[in-house]
Design a binder for this molecule. Structure first.
Ligand code: IPD
Ligand code: CA
Length: 267
């Protein structure tokens, strides 16, 4: 099954790579900074058709759907057709296709494909994480030796003060920060040892479902920012760290969450 999914995800990459006149199809979704192109829809429809033809019993939970209905399904795909849409619109060539497979409430498989660099990150629960078929492992480093990646959760303006505070607390402790514009790739970068800690105050399941499993299988600790398990429905913050730096991240978040005006600012 997982080889078939990987092949489908890889072939969807051609739609992204060969996209033309991207700016002509840009539309606003929830706000002026939340954008979508016709290619997001094309990739999603391609994935839906191919995945559900191969696995007709499965459900489909994709970012660009009007209604997200997986009720009554015990197994379904969680799909972000293009994660890093803003990068895609600006021709930054740092976006990915993300497909997770959840069964009986557990993430069983994840594939995150960067079509411009031809990098395929994959993981099957309990079987380790891979980049283009080769095993990858996270660096288990202390916060002082960590590169931090983060997402700004910019579609959820109420989270801005908490994000700013987290950045302010973390920046003096780490080697440096990175902000790439694709949460799925950020989390896979941790899995591959390219960075060491990640946070975002609010994400949706398609942004982290596949990458979260990949990071976990590479040795990362992956939870919501308050330390509870990820919720794969609706909105949820995400924290990813190594066994060594994750407790320090949790300590900072705990301090922030005790402030009265921080209530509800981290999902
Ligand atoms: C976004 C990216 C970004 C993150 C946002 C996500 P999209 O996904 O992952 O890095 O900060 O929160 O929504 O909109 O490009 O699919
Ligand atoms: Ca997306």
């Amino acid at each position: 099954m997982y080889e078939i999914i990987e092949t489908i995800v890889r072939s969807a990459g051609e739609i992204v790579r060969s996209a033309k006149h991207i700016d002509e199809s840009v539309q606003e979704k929830t706000s002026h900074c939340d954008l979508v192109t016709k290619y997001d829809g094309m990739v999603q429809e391609y994935l839906r058709r191919e995945l559900l033809t191969a696995f007709p019993e499965a459900g489909f939970y994709g970012e660009e759907e009007e209604v997200h209905d997986i009720s009554g399904r015990s197994a379904y795909f969680i799909v972000d057709p293009i994660d890093g849409t803003m990068n895609f619109i600006r021709h930054a060539r740092h976006s990915c296709i993300s497909v997770g497979y959840m069964a009986d409430g557990k993430m069983e498989y994840g594939a995150v494909y960067q079509p411009y660099t031809d990098e395929m990150f994959t993981a099957q629960r309990g079987k380790g994480a891979f980049l283009n078929g080769k095993p990858i492992r996270m660096n288990d480093v202390a916060m002082s030796e960590s590169i931090a990646m983060f997402g700004s959760a910019i579609y959820y303006r109420e989270t801005i003060p908490a994000t700013a505070w987290l950045m302010q607390e973390l920046l003096p402790l780490v080697l440096d920060f990175r902000r790439s514009g694709s949460a799925a790739l950020d989390i896979c970068y941790l899995a591959a040892g390219r960075a060491d800690v990640f946070f975002e105050a609010c994400l949706r399941p398609w942004d982290y479902a596949a990458a979260g499993l990949i990071a976990q299988e590479a040795g990362a600790v992956v939870t919501a920012l308050d330390g509870t398990p990820l919720r794969y429905i609706d909105r949820c913050s995400v924290a990813v760290g190594s066994p060594s730096n994750y407790p320090e991240l949790m300590e900072i978040v705990r301090r922030i969450l005790t402030e009265p005006d921080m209530k509800g600012r981290i999902r």
